[in-house]
Ligand binder design. Structure first.
Ligand SMILES: C[S@@+](CC[C@H](N)C(=O)[O-])C[C@H]1O[C@@H](n2cnc3c(N)ncnc32)[C@H](O)[C@@H]1O
Length: 358
């Protein structure tokens, strides 16, 4: 006997398994009462400094943009906007001995975990009741961050992967080619998700020329991107990449922040980045008319980021949107009159292997 899948409708006729949603909601409700202990729990929580005296704050208008120089655990503990941050994007130091300047990126593991829970707590405390938080983190700390967010009552919406092609070569294990992009919401039913703002050409359109996707009433040939992210303009920022800020380490592509900011916030919303680095989040937020607050520990790093945020601006606004990420060549004739005005309509790549994933 055939069984019906348990799915619930989302806007635009898309469906997600309702069992999956229910499991995530239930975990968010019951984990806060559990006795789960992680390594960093054996150290006492951070006590924020009492005053911000002497700390530099950069400010600009239209849209309101602010960058604090200092430790995000201190800055967030006295943020006037506490409770009204709509979106947090955090790309913390990974504790991989990266020379960030003033910040020392090589703590004993237990201390690093404690630090991680402290800044996560500080971000949760400033989030609005409808807010979302995204964390960019590699394999070695993803599980702990997921567990901590869950035990703080946050609901997982997606566990995305940012896949890149130029990992460092090695011959004793597989080459690292991904980072986790963890998407949590305070209330899964009251969060912002603008599906149409971030759609891309579907494989049905790009490879199979499927007439049914062209016959849809809305969003012909388009879909919400999958949860593994790659494609043109999604490579690590290195070499002669136009976006590159040479004095910074671990700069994230604009396309990555554009996807998160457009989908999880509206114009005029407030976006927070506790680990500003080169300023990618605030640069993209400003380009798309979102207010933003950033924190950066290193004074020189912050000065350079501020110059990018307020003077250089976003280099590729809108360029990554709508592009196909198909990894196979078209199998049929190009569809005609499809009404699809997104980039790459009919795909520019007609042979396998020609798609630039760098
Ligand atoms: C991985 S980088 C962020 C990169 C950024 N997403 C970009 O695209 O350029 C982390 C940054 O956080 C800063 N940092 C480290 N600890 C910090 C803290 N406690 N408070 C504020 N900033 C911190 C480091 O100096 C570094 O610039």
């Amino acid at each position: 006997m055939s069984q019906r899948k348990t799915t619930s409708d989302r806007n635009g006729g898309y469906t997600v398994p309702s069992g999956n949603q229910a499991a995530n909601r239930e975990t968010a409700q019951s984990l806060p009462d559990s006795k789960i202990r992680l390594l960093g729990d054996s150290l006492p929580p951070y006590v924020p400094a009492e005053s911000a005296k002497g700390c530099t704050v950069y400010e600009a208008e239209t849209p309101p943009t602010r960058l604090h120089v200092g430790d995000c655990r201190d800055v967030l503990s006295r943020l006037p906007e506490a409770g009204s941050v709509d979106l947090v994007f955090a790309d913390p130091p990974f504790n991989w001995d990266v020379p960030y300047g003033e910040w020392s990126d090589g703590m004993p593991r237990q201390e690093y975990e404690r630090f991680t829970y402290d800044w996560l707590d500080a971000c949760i405390d400033v989030l609005s009741p409808t807010g979302s938080i995204w964390v960019n983190i590699p394999d070695d700390s993803a599980a702990e961050i997921v567990m901590h967010l869950k035990r703080r009552g946050m609901t997982m919406i997606n566990w995305c992967i940012w896949h890149f092609r130029f990992g460092q070569n090695r011959n004793n294990s597989f080459i690292l080619s991904k980072v986790h992009a963890l998407y949590f919401a305070r209330d899964p039913r009251k969060r912002t998700f603008n599906a149409e703002a971030i759609m891309e050409q579907s494989d049905r359109a790009a490879i199979y020329s499927d007439a049914r996707t062209m016959a849809k009433e809305n969003n012909k040939g388009l879909r919400v991107p999958m949860d593994v992210w790659y494609g043109q303009y999604w490579g690590r920022i290195q070499g002669n990449n136009k976006e590159r800020r040479h004095e910074h380490h671990n700069q994230i592509p604009e396309a990555y922040l554009e996807r998160i900011i457009l989908s999880c916030s509206n114009e005029g919303d407030l976006v927070l980045d506790p680990f500003c680095g080169s300023g990618t989040t605030q640069t993209v937020a400003r380009a798309w008319n979102r207010a933003s607050i950033g924190c950066e520990y290193g004074a020189d790093v912050a000065a350079s980021a501020w110059q990018r945020i307020t003077e250089v601006g976003m280099i590729r606004k809108g360029e990554a949107l709508g592009r196909s990420t198909a990894i196979a060549a078209r199998r049929g004739p190009r569809p005609t009159g499809n009404g699809n005005d997104r980039k790459n309509t009919g795909t520019e790549q007609e042979q396998p292997g020609l798609i630039d994933l760098s």
